[in-house]
Design a protein. Structure first.
Length: 505
């Protein structure tokens, strides 16, 4: 079967930059354009609006110089205006070769914003197209507010398209400017234009106000649109544009008769770069590119995946340069832990696996985030704890740290069934804790080992919520030994380490 080719035009650097608070620098624009064209292989990139600013002019010039030396000039587009040639001069000076001319696609906009008749508008447009053509600039035409035009002034839209069909233009760009279309309207409107104007090239430009951007893109392609406008991470005016990652997945998975050039495995890399440059965080649940979307949290899902990948769909993370993860927390079952252990190349017997699972669930219950990187620390702590018989238990403690006063600790320790309470001060909270402990042991004419080294570490790659491990080296008259404590609070991890020491001596 010969497939129908659909062009993808990325407008992250133009409509995407209209996301509130976003402004790309010259080097951001150059780097993103290079990645979009060479890595992701989009067909065309809209990089700016003409006349916006001096900085924008420099950015467009820099991109055009790079495009010129790499044979990409026809892939770079700039939004321009019907403005007596001012945009044209701006584009000629910046080296632009393709303009996306902004015109009115609804009678409402034409009458109330431009205050012109269709005839006046068409004649000015014809003039821009001609002058641009003479200056070696190719024209695509945006019909702004086209979706409203199709609803409320269809005669005008058809009259306008009859005119455009006579003009030397390359593409007609159909924006759903206010994101108001339903999927069935999108299909009907584009089907109608497709059958009336078989020779015109139509691009569809969705906005996401009702969260229907991707659905509308799907219907537009089904109805015969030749191209789509998308943005990385769905950036764009108001609720944004149709997100590139979702649109690509939907086309590849649901429209086998259609072909696009894009390289799926580069999508995530480009998304992360745009997130960094734009400073707009990708929501964790954003399809394809969000942090959480390939993470199975429920134990039953991991169990099903272990048995026959029962919880997989066609959106395999590897397609997009990502990996499936199995979350660790209060809903993780043994299967989640096993999946993470496999990744780390570790194996535990059933009994130890149960203890580790129990520990992860307890941590999750305390609302602590447990990462795969934490797992070796938890395992070592759980296995280590098996070695100690808990004859001595630190039952409770209050630690204080206040300005102008020495840190203090009040502790209650149970030694072989007898509860002893005392308090002390120190140079820090843990020092105060150890001083209080020494008092307890002094009373019993016992000496605690000397603390000779104290080290704290967190799992590499963990976030600020990380578990930390305190490793203390102790010395008595005849031996040196190490204990470890694990907790998300550093002082508590040191106290846990000290409690192990109390059960060794
Ligand atoms: C500026 C125009 C072309 C636009 O982005 C829209 O109408 O959605």
């Amino acid at each position: 079967m010969t497939k129908r080719k659909i062009e993808i035009m990325d407008t992250t650097l133009r409509d995407g930059e209209q996301t509130s608070g976003v402004s790309f620098s010259i080097s951001d624009k150059l780097t993103i354009t290079q990645l979009l064209i060479e890595e992701l292989q989009v067909d065309r990139v809209e990089i700016a609006s003409a006349r916006v600013s001096e900085g924008e002019f420099e950015a467009v010039k820099a991109v055009m110089e790079w495009a010129e030396s790499n044979g990409y000039t026809e892939k770079i587009e700039v939004l321009s205006f019907v403005d007596n040639g001012v945009s044209i001069d701006w584009m000629v000076n910046a080296g632009v070769r393709v303009q996306n001319l902004l015109t009115k696609g609804s009678l409402n906009h034409l009458t109330y914003q431009l205050k012109k008749t269709p005839e006046q508008h068409f004649s000015e447009i014809a003039q821009v197209i001609k002058v641009s053509h003479d200056k070696n600039i190719e024209t695509n035409v945006y019909l702004e507010d086209w979706s409203n035009g199709m609803r409320s002034s269809r005669e005008y839209v058809l009259q306008y398209l009859d005119f455009l069909a006579t003009q030397p233009i390359k593409r007609v760009l159909l924006p759903d400017t206010l994101g108001i279309l339903t999927p069935s309207e999108t299909f009907d409107f584009i089907s109608l234009l497709r059958s009336k104007y078989p020779k015109l090239h139509f691009d569809f430009h969705a906005h996401n106000d009702y969260d229907l951007g991707t659905a509308n893109v799907l219907e537009a392609v089904k109805a015969g649109a030749n191209g789509l406008h998308l943005t990385v991470n769905g950036m764009g005016e108001r609720a944004g544009n149709a997100p590139l990652a979702s649109a690509v997945a939907v086309i590849n998975d649901f429209l086998p008769e259609v072909e696009i050039n894009l390289i799926e495995s580069s999508i995530y890399k480009v998304s992360k770069l745009v997130e960094t440059f734009s400073r707009v965080r990708i929501p964790a649940n954003k399809p394809i590119v969000g942090d959480n979307v390939f993470t199975q949290t429920a134990g039953i899902h991991a169990d099903g995946d272990n048995k026959k990948n029962l919880y997989f769909n066609d959106l395999l993370p590897e397609r997009f340069g990502r990996k499936r993860k199995y979350a660790l927390g209060k809903t993780s079952g043994k299967a989640n832990i096993e999946k993470n252990l496999q990744e780390l190349g570790l194996k535990l017997n059933d009994d130890d696996l149960k203890r580790v699972t129990q520990r992860v669930i307890e941590l999750g219950d305390k609302k602590e985030t447990v990462t795969q990187e934490d797992l070796p620390y938890i395992i070592s702590d759980v296995l280590d704890s098996k070695l100690y018989e808990e004859k001595v238990v630190v039952e409770s403690y209050v630690l204080t740290n206040s300005k102008g006063l020495r840190p203090s600790a009040t502790i209650s320790v149970c030694i072989e069934g007898k509860l002893i309470e005392t308090n002390a001060q120190g140079d820090g909270q843990f020092d105060a804790f150890m001083n209080a402990l020494s008092k307890v042991y002094d009373e019993k004419n016992l000496t605690l080992p000397k603390l000779i080294d104290y080290a704290v570490r967190i799992a590499p790659g963990s976030d600020s919520d990380a578990l930390c491990e305190t490793i203390i080296t102790w010395e008595t008259e005849n031996k040196t030994f190490i204990t470890r404590g694990l907790d998300s609070d550093q002082t508590v991890s040191a106290i846990k380490s000290a409690q192990k020491m109390l059960n060794i001596i």
